[in-house]
Design a protein around this ligand. Structure first.
Ligand code: FES
Length: 128
């Protein structure tokens, strides 16, 4: 895909976010903000046999953070918790497809940080 198409993809996810909303009784839920700007993301996940069967988010912030959250929720469906934990900034960058400055990278990584923090919080609460 060309850079322009990636930019369009980001804008399109920002304008029409996928999986926006709330889950009843999520197995994982976490909410946090980017300390640099105060933009926020909350993500809820429903699991079945350790796999993501549903994921929803609420957020408020810049186009990159919200588009990145929308894209992450699409990609996360069907993944195992272990696969979610193994996601890195390289995955997010690849999905967004545009070069990001360090500040913009923080925006893009907000949802992954929130999601992984939610997983670790759940694991601390229910050690197996
Ligand atoms: Fe706040 Fe992007 S400017 S997350």
């Amino acid at each position: 895909m060309s850079m322009d198409l990636y930019r369009e993809l980001i804008l399109e996810h920002y304008q029409y976010p996928r999986n926006m909303g709330d889950l009843k009784d999520p197995d994982i839920h976490h909410h946090d903000k980017n300390p640099l700007c105060g933009d926020q993301v909350g993500i809820g996940v429903k699991l079945d046999e350790n796999k993501v069967v549903d994921i929803k988010f609420r957020g408020q912030g810049c186009a990159i953070s919200q588009a990145s959250t929308s894209i992450l929720t699409e990609k996360a469906k069907g993944m195992t918790v272990e696969q979610l934990k193994a996601l890195t900034k390289d995955d997010i960058q690849e999905w967004l497809g545009v070069p990001l400055s360090p500040t913009r990278l923080k925006c893009a990584l907000l949802p992954l940080t929130v999601l992984q923090a939610g997983i670790y919080k759940k694991e601390e609460e229910n050690p197996s």
